[in-house]
Structures are given as structure tokens and as C-alpha cells.
Write a protein that binds this ligand. Structure first.
Ligand code: TMP
Ligand code: MG
Length: 289
């Protein structure tokens, strides 16, 4: 067994099953593996020194590109809808239209701010965005071993790309599905492109991108990283899947949500701000353990 799976943050419903999946994947070889990961609160930290870290949306919300009035409105949206996002007493069916409402209202407010494309790099630079500890090993090792990494995010693609670019890990094996900004000729935000990706429609997003999964059809073994139950459908577009190992970060409302996470993720990481466990698994799969 991988020693890191005995870390105090690790919970598993069925450790034997995890072991079987890992063995089957290692036997198939790392050239049959692909990684699919959420971004906000999965690749990025949830908190640092007791303070919450920003999501892609929060990076913009907190910046000086947004007027004070708009900041207040965005904060109100966050205070209204985030508790719904993490409410374990409501079903996905109940939450889904409310999440669409959150994203739609937030994007409308952002578009009204006429955000300039050329200022995004500075906004990210000045933000408190933080990738989880161990991110460099994860990104660099996947690149060195030519393992594709799909970052599948309901955040904002332009911001997300800038975070990983500035961290020096936006390697050619990284592909991003997210909400991208649409700028006019003068470089001002006028809309968001394509179909909206929110927290509960990643399955639909995956099925719209058959071309990507077709290209990766020789990689039927999937390592999935997420922090929300909505992230579990990110691999629904994978063709002829053989094995999937789902790793879930449980960041908030741990006691209330633990059982539902254990029921759906193979490995649940409780308040773990590091990528130590995913990294140990990746090293195991590539024979570097
Ligand atoms: P994801 O991590 O599943 O890709 O989802 C993106 C996160 O963005 C989700 O946890 C909610 C958060 N969010 C904000 O922080 N502010 C917003 O305005 C919106 C629409 C989402
Ligand atoms: Mg997330």
C-alpha cells in the first residue's frame, strides 16, 4: 500500500477496492492514464493561515477592476448561494437551478464592469490565489511522463490559465475546459463564451467535448480530483473507461458531508491543503514510488 494513504487526513469507504484499482492501473501502465481535475478548491487551496483563499471568481471580485457597489452585490451573491452549494440537506435537483442563477447573476455583473483583458495578469499577480502545496511536482511530473491533465472548471478559464502560467506550470499536456471571457475589439469584456459551465453540469460539458476524449481513447484509466459532488461527472466523456480512481477534497462542513463524500469518492481527504496524496498515487502509477 502507498504509505501516504495512512495519513490522518485520508478516509476510504473500501481500502481494498482502492488497492485493486491502483494495481490494475499500474499494471496497465502510465501510458494508459489520464488525469481530470477540478480547479477551485481542488488544485487551489481552500484556506491559508486560517483565511479563505479565493476562487477564480473571487480573484476578480476582490480586484480593483470591480466597483465598490458591484463588489457588494457579488459578496451578497456569494453569501446567498455558497451556503446552498455546500448544504448537504438539499438535493442536486433542488440546488441546480439555484447554481445556474448564481453563475448567471455573477457573470452579468462582471460583464457590466467592462473588465479589460490586458489587466487580468496584474489582477492575478496581486491576488491571494494559491495552488496547493505540491502543485509543482504534480504538474511537472505529469508533463515529464506525457500524462494528459484536463482541468475542468466552473470558474473562469482566463483567470485559471493566468494562475497556472504565473506559477510556471502551464505545460503543453494541460488542457482546460472552463468559462472563457469574450472580449470586444477594444479588449473589454462583453460576454462569456459558449455554454455556461456551473458546478452541476460538468457531465454535459464533458459530453460536448467528445473530440478531446476521442484523442485520449488509448488512456482508459482515469485519476479524478475534485472537491464537490458535481465534480464526479467530469469523466463522463471518457471513452471505454477501464478504471477510475476518484479523490475528493472535503474542505468545508466536514462532519455533515463526510458520509456522502465517502459514498461517492474512493479516497476522501479531510481538510488536507496539500497534494501529497494525489502526488504519492501519481508517483506509484509512474513507477517512481
Ligand atoms: P468548481 O470548483 O467546481 O469549478 O466551481 C467553481 C467554484 O466557484 C464554486 O465552488 C463556486 C465558486 N464561485 C464563486 O466563488 N463566485 C462566483 O461568483 C461563482 C459563480 C462561483
Ligand atoms: Mg471546486
Amino acid at each position: 500500500m502507498i504509505p501516504e494513504l495512512s495519513n490522518p487526513s485520508v478516509c476510504m469507504r473500501d481500502p481494498q477496492r482502492v488497492q485493486e484499482i491502483l494495481q490494475s492501473m499500474v499494471k496497465a501502465g502510465s501510458n494508459t492514464v489520464q488525469v481530470i481535475s477540478d480547479f477551485d478548491m481542488t488544485l487551489t487551496r481552500f484556506a491559508y493561515n486560517g483565511k479563505r483563499c479565493p476562487t477564480c471568481h473571487n480573484i476578480l471580485d476582490n480586484s480593483n477592476l470591480i466597483s465598490t457597489d458591484c463588489k457588494i452585490e457579488l459578496k451578497e451573491l456569494l453569501n446567498t448561494y455558497y451556503p446552498i452549494e455546500i448544504d448537504s440537506s438539499r438535493s442536486v435537483e433542488e440546488k441546480l437551478p439555484l447554481m445556474v442563477e448564481w453563475w448567471t447573476k455573477a457573470h452579468k455583473l462582471l460583464v457590466q464592469q467592462k473588465i479589460r483583458k490586458d489587466l487580468l495578469a496584474m489582477v492575478v499577480q496581486e491576488s491571494d490565489a494559491m495552488l496547493r502545496e505540491g502543485y509543482k511536482l504534480l504538474f511537472d511530473h505529469l508533463y515529464e511522463h506525457s500524462i494528459p491533465l484536463l482541468i475542468f472548471s466552473a470558474g473562469i478559464g482566463d483567470i485559471l490559465e493566468e494562475v497556472i502560467r504565473q506559477a510556471g506550470v502551464f505545460h503543453p499536456n494541460v488542457k482546460v475546459f472552463s468559462n472563457y471571457m469574450d472580449f470586444d475589439e477594444s479588449g473589454e469584456l462583453r460576454a462569456f463564451k459558449g455554454e455556461l459551465i456551473h458546478i452541476y453540469n460538468k457531465r454535459e460539458g464533458a459530453l460536448l467535448n467528445t473530440g478531446h476524449f476521442q484523442e485520449l481513447r488509448t488512456r482508459p484509466n482515469v485519476l479524478l480530483l475534485g472537491d464537490s459532488l458535481g465534480d464526479l461527472t467530469m469523466a463522463d466523456g471518457v471513452q471505454d473507461m477501464e478504471n477510475i480512481l476518484k479523490i475528493g477534497f472535503l474542505n468545508d462542513k466536514v462532519e455533515e458531508r463526510k458520509q456522502s463524500y465517502l459514498d461517492s469518492y474512493d479516497i476522501v481527504l479531510l481538510k488536507d491543503e496539500t497534494l501529497e496524496v494525489p502526488n504519492a498515487i501519481m508517483l506509484y502509477l509512474t513507477g517512481n514510488n
